[in-house]
Design a binder for this molecule. Structure first.
Ligand code: ITT
Length: 199
């Protein structure tokens, strides 16, 4: 079976992509399967730039088609922060959440969006980058044990529960990652036959 590498070491992202790819005839590997991968500096200014950097590095190192996801949370009242620094905002998920809730204390506007850029790299070249988003609000306190990152404080529009409370199935039907992935998959199906080939 053909396989493709997702250029991430985040096991939660891998898990979400495995579900998103469940109906495709392709096996998903990740950087967790390539422990020798030296890593790459995410020094882009945008999600798209960082996604391209990661996809290209993985494609070259693993010598197979690769895609990468750079994602994060943009909060209106914080002028879009933490944005591309969402992962580097603090050292652990509980600390990131505590810092975010602290910064939003007393602020009325709690609107936010998750953004995800997905880049596809094949034969040492970035082919295309897609962006997805999901809008919502930051809750006053964390709720739910599911998901990862900022999920327990993000309530998507149209739902009373946070991504930490909603099932992975629901998150995977409306998330920024699912939105970007749908666009990437459409492109691959329309424009390329990468998923049909053996590598
Ligand atoms: P890789 O670079 O290895 O993919 P990472 O976790 O560092 O792993 P990013 O650089 O894309 O990934 O940082 C994204 C951060 O944004 C992530 O660590 C979370 O804190 C947050 N984030 C992104 N998507 C999220 C989601 O679906 N739910 C909750 N938080 C999310």
């Amino acid at each position: 079976m053909a396989y493709i590498v997702v250029a991430t070491s985040n096991a939660h992202k891998v898990d979400e992509y495995k579900k998103l790819l469940a109906d495709q005839n392709v096996e998903l590997k990740s950087l967790l399967d390539y422990p020798g991968f030296p890593g790459v500096e995410e020094d882009g200014k945008t999600f798209a730039e960082n996604a391209a950097i990661k996809a290209l590095a993985a494609c070259k190192y693993c010598d197979v088609p690769a895609f990468a996801d750079d994602s994060g949370l943009e909060v209106e009242a914080l002028d879009g922060r933490p944005g591309v620094y969402s992962s580097r905002y603090a050292d652990s998920d509980p600390e990131r959440i505590a810092k975010l809730l602290g910064e939003l204390e007393g602020k009325e506007n709690r609107r936010a969006r998750f953004v995800c850029a997905i880049s596809i790299a094949i034969n040492g070249e970035v082919i295309e980058t897609f962006e997805g988003e999901v809008k919502g609000t930051i809750t006053l306190a964390p709720r739910g044990e599911g998901g990862f990152g900022y999920d327990p404080v993000f309530q998507p529009d149209g739902y009373d529960q946070t991504f930490g409370e909603l099932s992975q199935e629901i998150k995977n039907s409306i998330s920024h990652r699912a939105d970007a992935f749908r666009k990437a998959l459409e492109f691959v199906e329309d424009e390329m036959s990468v998923l049909d080939n053996e590598f």
